[in-house]
Write a protein that binds this ligand. Structure first.
Ligand SMILES: [Zn+2]
Length: 77
């Protein structure tokens, strides 16, 4: 099996990650990424503070997700 060529960077911001500049006008911090999973299960969105930022870089494409302590995905060993 070939491993996918991607690197993952995880940063923690105890105060929560602020919204991007172009999102000004919305108060507060990033929303927890689990919101989509939860919506699919009919659960209410997660309102926990998003202290984790996960950036996954795959062949030059960077995907960024924000998670609260509870919903941070398990890290691959
Ligand atoms: Zn969450």
């Amino acid at each position: 099996m070939t491993r996918k060529r991607s690197t993952k960077t995880v940063d923690r911001n105890p105060a929560g990650w602020p919204l991007a500049e172009y999102d000004r006008g919305y108060p507060g911090v990033q929303k927890c990424r689990s919101v989509l999973d939860r919506a699919a299960k009919g659960l209410l969105p997660c309102d926990e503070l998003t202290v984790w930022r996960v950036r996954t870089s795959t062949r030059g494409l960077v995907a960024t997700g924000y998670f609260c302590d509870q919903h941070l995905p398990q890290q691959a060993p």
